[in-house]
Ligand binder design. Structure first.
Ligand SMILES: *Cc1c(COP(=O)(O)O)cnc(C)c1O
Length: 398
C-alpha cells in the first residue's frame, strides 16, 4: 500500500527538483497529464468550474479571471526560471504587468525610475502617476551614486530599473540598486525583458520583483502578447498585485499561456543563439565605415561591460543599437534598404527586426536620431551582416 498522499506514479508531480533550469524548462517542468499520461499539458479553455456538493471548490479553480490551470502551468516554468519563491503571475501584456506594480503603491509614495526605459511605460508613468498621487524622479540608474541621490528616504517606496535599458542598452548594477532601495525601505523592481532569465536572474541579486514583456524573447515567435511578474516574497505587496490582476481582469488568456509555455521549452537554445549572433554583429559593425558607434554591453569598451560581466551569464542579450554615420537621414535610408531584416517594432523574436527608434519615441526621448535598434533573431549571422552592410553602403551612396 502506498501512502495516501504519495504520487501514484513517479512522474505525476513532474521532474524532481535538483536538475538545471535548462532541463526543467525543456520539459516544461515534466508534469504528466494524469488521465491520458500525455507529456504535454492540455489547454484548458473552460471559464468556470464545478462547485462541490459541500459548496467548496476542491480543484482550487472557480472562475477563469482570477486563475486558470493553463496559465498556472506556464507560471510554474517562469517561477522556476527566475527562482521566484512567491511564484509568477502572467498578464495580458508587459504593460499590464508593469502597471499592476505601480497600481499596488499608495498615494503619496515616491518612485525612482530610469531615464533609459521602455518608452510607452515612461509615458504612462508621466501621465498616470500624478493622477494616482505618486511622485516620480527619473535618474540615470546606471550611475549608482546618482541613483542613491535620487532616493527620498521614508518616501521612496519603489525603485524601477530596466537593464539592459531600451534602446541604449545601458546596464544598471542590480545588486547595488537593491542595496540602495532596501536601505531606504523601498522595493526594487527590474524590467529584465532584454536580459531574459537565461542571462540575468535579478531576484538572486536582491531584487524584489522581476518583470518581463512575455511578448519578447520569452515567447520569441512574435505571435503572443503577454507580461510576467515574478516575486521574491509572497508579502502583502505581492498579494495586492495578485488582487489587482484578478480585479482588473488583466490575466493572460489560456491559449496565449499555452503558446508561451511551448516557447519556454526552447528559450535556452534561442537565447544562446540570438545572443551569440548579437555579439558577432556588434563586433563586426564596430569596424564598419558607416557606423559611428555600436551600443552593446557585450563589447569590452562598452561603459556597461564590467557590470554586465558580473550580472549576466551565457551572453549579453540579443539587442544592440547602431548609430549611423550619415545621421538621421542615413539611418532611415539604411532601414529602408534591408532585405532580410524586417522593418518593424518589437524584439526578441526568431526573426531579426530593425527600427528607427527615434521615430517611435518622439520628443523627450534619450534616443539619438541617428540610432537604429536591432533585434537579433536566429538567421545566419553572415546573412544578417551582409544585408546590413549592403543597406548601409546603399544609404551612403557607395
Ligand atoms: C515590449 C516591452 C514592454 C511592454 O511589453 P508589452 O508586452 O508590449 O506590453 C516593457 N518593457 C520592455 C523592455 C519591452 O521591450
Amino acid at each position: 500500500m502506498s501512502e495516501p498522499n504519495a504520487p501514484q506514479r513517479d512522474t505525476d508531480t513532474g521532474t524532481p527538483a535538483g536538475f538545471s533550469r535548462r532541463s526543467l524548462a525543456a520539459q516544461a517542468m515534466g508534469r504528466i497529464e494524469p488521465e491520458t499520461r500525455a507529456v504535454v499539458m492540455p489547454l484548458h479553455l473552460s471559464t468556470t468550474f464545478i462547485r462541490d456538493p459541500d459548496n467548496g471548490y476542491s480543484s482550487g479553480y472557480c472562475y477563469a479571471r482570477p486563475d486558470n490551470a493553463t496559465v498556472r502551468e506556464a507560471e510554474s516554468v517562469l517561477a522556476m526560471l527566475e527562482g521566484a519563491e512567491a511564484g509568477a503571475l502572467l498578464f495580458g501584456s508587459g504593460m499590464a504587468a508593469a502597471t499592476a506594480v505601480f497600481g499596488a503603491l499608495e498615494p503619496g509614495d515616491h518612485v525612482v525610475a530610469g531615464t533609459v526605459m521602455y518608452w510607452a511605460l515612461k509615458r504612462w508613468l508621466r501621465e498616470e502617476a500624478p493622477r494616482r498621487g505618486l511622485t516620480l524622479t527619473f535618474v540615470e540608474t546606471d550611475d549608482t551614486e546618482a541613483l542613491r541621490a535620487a532616493i527620498e528616504p521614508g518616501r521612496t517606496k519603489l525603485v524601477w530599473i530596466e537593464t539592459p535599458g531600451n534602446p541604449l542598452w545601458t546596464v544598471t548594477d542590480i545588486a547595488a540598486a537593491a542595496e540602495i532601495a532596501h536601505a531606504a525601505g523601498a522595493r526594487l523592481a527590474v524590467d529584465s525583458t532584454a536580459a531574459s532569465p537565461v542571462h540575468t536572474r535579478p531576484l538572486e541579486l536582491g531584487a524584489d520583483i522581476v518583470m518581463h514583456s512575455g511578448t519578447k524573447i520569452l515567447n520569441g515567435h512574435s505571435d503572443v502578447v503577454a507580461g510576467v511578474l515574478a516575486g521574491a516574497k509572497a508579502d502583502a505587496f505581492w498579494e495586492r498585485i495578485r488582487g489587482i490582476r484578478a480585479g482588473s481582469g488583466g490575466i493572460l488568456g489560456p491559449f496565449e499561456a499555452y503558446l508561451l509555455m511551448r516557447s519556454l521549452r526552447t528559450l535556452h537554445l534561442r537565447a544562446a543563439a540570438q545572443s551569440a549572433g548579437a555579439l558577432r554583429l556588434a563586433e563586426r559593425l564596430s569596424l564598419h565605415p558607416h557606423v559611428s558607434h555600436v551600443l552593446y554591453p557585450g563589447l569590452p569598451d562598452d561603459p556597461g561591460h564590467a557590470v554586465a560581466r558580473r550580472q549576466m551569464q551565457d551572453g549579453f542579450g540579443f539587442m544592440l543599437s547602431i548609430r549611423v554615420a550619415g545621421g538621421e537621414a542615413g539611418a532611415i535610408a539604411t532601414a529602408a534598404r534591408v532585405r532580410l531584416w524586417k522593418r518593424a517594432t518589437s524584439l526578441g523574436g526568431v526573426e531579426s527586426l530593425i527600427e528607427h527608434r527615434a521615430s517611435v519615441e518622439g520628443p523627450g526621448s534619450p534616443c539619438p536620431p541617428d540610432l537604429l535598434r536591432l533585434s537579433t533573431g536566429i538567421e545566419d549571422t553572415g546573412d544578417l551582416y551582409d544585408d546590413l552592410d549592403q543597406a548601409l553602403r546603399g544609404a551612403h551612396g557607395d
